[in-house]
Design a binder for this molecule. Sequence first.
Ligand code: 3UK
Length: 533
Amino acid sequence: MKNHNVEVIASCGEERLDFSPVFNVAVPFIDRHLQEGRADKVVIRTNLGVEVTYAELAENVNRCGNALLGLGVGRGERVIMVVKDCAEFFYCFWGAIKAGLIPVPVNTLLRTKDYAYIIADSGCAAVVYSPEFAAEIEAALDQLEDRPTHCFPVEATGEGDSLQRLIAAAATDLEPAPTTAEDDCFWLYSSGSTGSPKGAVHCHRDMVVTSQFYGVQVLGIKENDVCFSAAKLFFAYGLGNGMTFPLWVGASTVLYDARPTPQSTFETIEQFKPTLYYGVPTLYAAQLQLLETGSCDLSSVRLCVSAGEALPADIFNRWHRKTGLSILDGIGSTELLHIFISNRVDDIKPGTSGRLVPGYQAKILNDAAEQVTAGESGQLWIRGDSTARCYWNNPEKTAQTMVDGWLDTGDTYLQDQEGYFHYCGRNDDMLKVGGIWCSPFEIEAKLIEHPKVLEAAVVGKADAAGLIKPEAHIILQNPAAADEALTAELLAHCKTGLAPYKYPRWFQFVAELPKTATGKIQRFKLRTKLGDE
Ligand code: 3UK
């Protein structure tokens, strides 16, 4: 087989991927399209009016790889990307990969202390950021003892370096680094329950696996599809939806550079007419609310996808009634890179995550580590070829989570008699809010900073649509001070230091918190069960 080639081999209805011994994943995802005659096809359209063809994409990927190499970033070194959804995200991500460097896209909604942690933990050689995030990034860099050598924005505001200037000045030809399918390729940080993010290390093979097994086999994505992901590229979910799946089949993608609102998402759909639309449950719920009073022409869309947290059956049904469209709910994770259990266009059971995606195996274990029988719940473990190799710099967490090729998802699931998987909650205290991780410890720490707060416990509570939001239980220094003004004060306090989705939506002032004999807060005792309200 030629270098940098991957073949999809089908036999007996099952598919297998065969990688050439020298394999750089930028070749099949970027360069292949020029050989296959797509040079002039537009691959990226953005809300700012930018249009990029496959030929321009390939050239800018080369330029960007050369620019990074020219700065002295070496093979295997990390490039942190705090970049909004825009064409340069593609150039930087694929340019780094083609040059043998490791891009690390990071959540753009984080705050200074998270960035300081991730930059230090990754030991990165460069940090590239959209100017919108300059204040948080520069504050993070100021906190560090060892500042990475190269830190620059995508677009320059003044004189200095910028990704755009470096790209413009760089050479247009770049040989792909001679990597293999098992070599480290890119990382994604996932939040941990103690608040410290963990870098999941993915190899060159992983994006091929998710694109072929979920993108092609489950979504049936084809060259004429137009993708629009409201979930951003820095999430593993958005990265597949809005970038790797369309690039795998020579399709196109629509990028929206700001925070998605129900309104802006509908406008983007009407303007760019995507065929595949990807959202998260909170957004579908908000869009449904908007459809009560307004309307949106969704006629271009053939299929909607939801992930990040469980999609309540009620939202599926209302969306279907209102738009005639199905939403495929599927569960994915940063560690497995994309969705591994999913509903199918012709096989949907609302309120469940569906069945296994081809290429993945599942087991559900009870507390004695034995497989449970149908209908019984337990811990969900998954095996598949897109699993991260390890967590960077964290052998303990790696050994706990990745065992004999199996990955502990941290979720409780049951499989019913018909084979559908039902989500039953997390095994830890972590919350998913709008599809994004929230650590209760982090929110509690913020609350305790406030001089009037003695103790705090944060748990997830379902709102009217059945979606989880943080609820704070608070013991005050002076219990008599509890009133609406204080609630407003605490809310404002949380909104200043926490990522925007993390503030508590409810405040309960209590006299005591349930604790174990060793003083650990028993958050499970504070949780209102789904469906109680
Ligand atoms: C939860 C779900 C119920 C679950 C992701 C699609 O969410 C993604 O990755 P993360 O690492 O979080 C993983 C965890 O989120 N979850 C995700 N989807 C669902 N729970 N139903 C769902 N449909 O706790 C899981 O362990 O942020 C989603 C594709 C790629 C992804 N990385």
